[in-house]
Design a binder for this molecule. Structure first.
Ligand code: TNX
Length: 563
């Protein structure tokens, strides 16, 4: 199909910067180009419509999304010949068009005509999938019960993403949520065109992934005897907490994500944040230091336990990572952590000091780089690249590593200058575990947040919705020819205070929507007043699926999880 045919002259085409509100449509993230006849009445989407899509699985995922949003269940047919005069949602996922949006592997063109015909054009499955997500958001339901009508605006859209890494970090090291929660998150991510789930599966407080060769990682490492008491973090609650994903469950989640054009990137924390692994296999830690006694941690915060630079530790990590690579076959990257690895144990360990001397390393920071490079080499030999938190530059940044910037923007500048790729997740704009505001936070200890009560006169750590929305991932001063090294951005949902999935959703929404627009929409299309106008429809969908979220006044939509 010629994309130009999608654009009749009668419709005013607008690149969205400064577009009149009437031309806007209720879609998040805002598409790159929209042409809308604002005067045209919406066309009815009814049970007589059929979806024509050669990729039946894709058609079904779409039909499910549409059903969830509108209550309409449309049939899926593989070829147009079966349409027999019924209005068609025609999906072409192998277009050879040279239109820049259609040719983009995640881009698409979408047209809703006044006669109810809908055409989707994409050069690859992901683009077609995103077109259908846009269409699902466009389908507005008016009225209730039998009188309900589902309508689509008459519109033409050309769209493709600004960034290729559009991520959400899910931390299950601190609290285990389970497969249903992860799938619920993946559904939401898909609707808002995120393509990367960064799954943080190991930490001091729990190891959440079955590894066949080392069963104690989950037998021991997945369980802690106690957690901080909500409302009084210094008091142990005495309640065991834990859980983990079996390999079958992981494969199922990875496949579920793939159906939704999402790649799951697992994180195995190395060399720090490893108390749970060392509780299971103490021999891979710094056994030669006084008082060495690793345990799955029952409090949060940075812990001293880190892997020892022994040959048997590297063998263990290679074995673990080989199983991880097999479980996540689509992930070009493996995240190896690298953050918050205190050097106290390596300082105190005669063995670690010997490794530093024998390898001519400058100090413990040099040892950290040496450690990570050995792990990287192994992963490279398995065809994977590493991503690590910005501490991986301490002691020297590997030229082939991708850096995830979470602290100061100066680390991004340094990595970009050296030629490395970066993913931007600075805590100032991306840490959605922070509260949006102190005002309006429920009095319930279930809603306590990280960084509110801080020592001295330090102000609380807050991240309001608008600050997420105004986030600009490309650091100021980046030379234009290096901008492409900023491969994307990510919202991080750290789990220290997320006692269950209902609580997690309070932190996730609506800031997830703001990050979606930062990651996908052209910078020129981003517009805070327009976003605020489009927000209520997104919140209505959360009500429909009975999700919790933060209301504008700070109150939770669903204060507590149903028992
Ligand atoms: C810092 S970001 C951490 C996490 C915490 C988070 C809490 C990073 C690489 N490390 O371990 O959960 O802050 O906001």
């Amino acid at each position: 199909m010629n994309p130009k045919k999608l654009l009749p002259g009668a419709l005013a085409c607008c690149l969205l910067s400064g577009a009149p509100a009437a031309a806007d449509i209720n879609v998040i993230p805002r598409p790159a180009q929209i042409a809308r006849d604002a005067d045209a009445a919406g066309v009815a989407l009814g049970a007589s419509h059929i979806i024509v899509c050669a990729d039946a699985a894709l058609g079904r995922v779409y039909a499910d999304t549409l059903f969830e949003r509108t209550g309409l269940r449309l049939p899926v047919h593989p070829a147009a010949a079966t349409a027999a005069g019924r209005p068609v949602i025609a999906v072409d996922c192998a277009s050879l068009s040279t239109d820049s949006h259609v040719a983009h592997p995640e881009g698409y063109a979408l047209a809703v005509a006044a006669d109810g015909a809908v055409r989707v054009e994409a050069s690859a499955r992901a683009g077609a999938f995103y077109a259908l997500q846009t269409l699902a958001q466009l389908a507005a339901r008016d009225g209730d019960g039998d009188a309900a009508r589902v309508t689509l605006p008459v519109v033409r859209i050309h769209d493709s993403p600004r960034f290729r890494w559009r991520g959400v970090l899910l931390d299950e090291g601190r609290h285990f949520f389970g497969p249903a929660a992860v799938k619920r998150l993946l559904d939401s991510m898909a609707l808002y065109k995120f393509n990367t789930l960064h799954w943080h599966l190991t930490d001091d407080q729990g190891w959440r992934m079955e590894i066949k060769k080392y069963p104690r990682l989950t037998q021991t490492g997945a369980w802690r005897v106690s957690s901080p008491t909500p409302g009084n973090r210094d008091l142990p609650d005495g309640v065991p907490h834990g859980g983990y994903y079996t390999q079958d469950e992981i494969r199922e989640i990875v496949a579920y994500a793939r159906q939704r054009a999402i790649t799951v990137i697992p994180e195995v924390e190395i060399p720090g944040h490893s108390s749970a692994a060392l509780a299971a296999y103490p021999g891979y830690g710094n056994t030669d230091i006084p008082g060495y006694a690793p345990a799955v941690q029952t409090t949060m915060g940075v812990k001293p336990y880190i892997y020892a630079p022994k040959e048997e530790t590297f063998r263990f990590l290679r074995d673990v990572l080989d199983e991880v690579c097999a479980l996540f076959p689509d992930s070009p990257y493996i995240h190896i952590g690298g953050d918050e690895a205190p050097k106290t144990q390596w300082k105190a360990s005669p063995f670690a000091q010997k490794v530093i001397r024998e390898n001519d390393l400058k100090d413990e920071f040099g040892l950290q780089s040496w450690f990570i490079r050995r792990v990287e080499k192994h992963l490279n030999s398995r065809g994977r690249r590493i991503v690590g938190w910005d501490e991986i530059q301490e002691g020297g940044l590997s030229p082939t590593a991708t850096m995830m910037v979470w602290r100061d923007w100066k680390w991004a500048r340094l990595a970009i200058e050296k030629g490395n790729d970066v993913v931007m997740t600075p805590h100032s704009h991306c840490y959605i575990d922070y509260a949006e505001s102190v005002e309006g936070l429920p009095d319930d200890p279930y809603y306590e947040h990280i960084g509110i009560k801080r020592s001295g006169n330090r102000p609380p750590r807050l991240l309001p919705l608008e600050k997420v929305y105004q986030f600009e991932p490309i650091p100021e001063g980046t030379p234009p020819e290096r901008e492409k090294q900023v491969i994307g951005c990510q919202a991080n949902l750290w789990g220290e205070y997320l006692f269950d999935w209902n609580r997690a959703e309070y932190n996730l929404y609506p800031r997830l929507f703001a990050m979606a627009e930062v990651a996908w929409s052209p910078k020129a299309a981003r517009d805070w007043p327009s976003f605020q106008e489009r927000l209520p429809a997104a919140l209505r969908r959360l009500d429909q699926i009975q999700a919790n979220y933060r209301r504008p006044d700070g109150a939770p939509a669903r204060p507590r999880a149903r028992e």
